[in-house]
Design a protein around this ligand. Structure first.
Ligand SMILES: Nc1ncnc2c1ncn2[C@@H]1O[C@H](COP(=O)(O)OP(=O)(O)O)[C@@H](O)[C@H]1O
Ligand SMILES: CC(=O)N[C@@H](CCC(=O)OP(=O)(O)O)C(=O)O
Length: 306
């Protein structure tokens, strides 16, 4: 028989206790849990941030944890790369103008089944597997997102317009279905598809849906998970804090392009319309959502109204 190692009363053996760092991080979360308790958080889950299965599982766990500590996370998902893949399988190539996918009839069908079917249901399944109760919705459900054809002015010559097909701009959002679900312990997972006055479908950029929804729900916070550290300047340095004026400069000098255009435009609109904290963060960092919401650490780029 072996005898347990002797430990003196003044130096107890604490090797079985989690590290002090971990305990400190948990203790740090308390003021944030209190601050965001009962508050709505809109989380934009970008298609580029959801390509790794381990990161997807982390994301789902983070969402469930936020819900269990009393916050109301609402997920709006993208799926640009997943739509591209499906189009490629059909021999089609996606084209974008100012971050908007040119959407003909066939592309719209693909968008509906990839976003409203595959991607949304994958996220719902992961959240449920992590112990939450997620419900998938498109903008048609509960007559939530009314849209019309987007008029996309050319950036250099605003008198010229681009025809981007069935791309929608949001006319209005009725959040009652989302409110009913969140009050009932469900976690809404929303695909960025809207419907028009003749019941036609519209493909809407997910950043714009997340931003408008944050505004309409009077969310406390909007967090956008993407596949880059945040907004970068021309030399690739992270810009941690952006004012409306600086954003105008970055738009004008071409520092911001592609998918970052609607993201920042939406983020700024949300900040201006009263969403207190708007952040663009790196979805490639494991558990970035918990780190962003529940710790003192600053991540990515914060967008300010002024
Ligand atoms: N100034 C910038 N800073 C950071 N990313 C930028 C910038 N300008 C353009 N981008 C591009 O925007 C991309 C993010 O937008 P997008 O691909 O639409 O992501 P998501 O799928 O997360 O919405 C980045 O990966 C980058 O290629
Ligand atoms: C009009 C438009 O461009 N819609 C997007 C909708 C998905 C999306 O926004 O996905 P990410 O968030 O991953 O970019 C698209 O078709 O790709």
């Amino acid at each position: 028989m072996t005898t347990p190692a002797a430990s003196s009363p003044s130096t107890p053996d604490l090797s079985h206790v989690p590290s002090r760092d971990k305990a400190e991080i948990l203790a740090q979360a308390l003021p944030y849990i209190r601050k965001y308790h009962g508050k709505t958080l809109v989380i934009k889950y970008g298609g580029n941030a959801m390509t790794d299965p381990a990161l997807q599982a982390d994301f789902a766990e983070d969402i469930v944890l936020l819900k269990l500590v009393g916050m109301n996370p609402i997920v709006v998902h993208g799926g640009g790369p997943q739509i591209d893949e499906a189009l490629n399988r059909l021999g089609k190539k996606g084209t974008f103008i100012q971050g908007m996918r040119v959407t003909d009839e066939e592309t719209m069908e693909v968008v509906e089944w990839v976003l409203g079917g595959e991607v949304q249901q994958d996220i719902v399944g992961l959240i449920n597997a992590a112990g939450g109760k997620a419900v998938g919705l498109t903008g048609r459900d509960g007559a939530m997102i009314r849209a019309r054809k987007m008029r996309l002015a050319d950036r250099d010559d605003p008198s010229k317009e681009h025809d981007v097909g069935q791309v929608g701009e949001i006319e209005s959002i009725d959040p009652s279905v989302v409110k009913a679900l969140q009050d009932d312990a469900f976690i809404p997972v929303i695909s960025p598809i809207g419907f028009g006055e003749h019941n036609e479908s519209y493909n809407i950029n997910a950043d714009l849906v997340a931003s408008k929804l944050a505004e309409v729900l009077k969310a406390e916070k909007l967090v956008m998970l993407t596949n880059i550290k945040g907004v970068l300047d021309k030399s690739g340095e992270l810009l941690t804090d952006l004012s409306a004026r600086r954003i105008d400069e970055l738009f004008a000098d071409g520092t911001i392009s592609g998918g970052m255009l609607p993201k920042i435009a939406g983020a700024l609109d949300a900040a201006k319309s009263g969403v207190n904290a708007v952040h663009i963060v790196d979805g490639r960092v494991p558990h970035v959502l918990l780190l962003e919401i529940l710790t003192d650490q600053a991540f990515g780029t914060m967008i300010r109204a002024r």
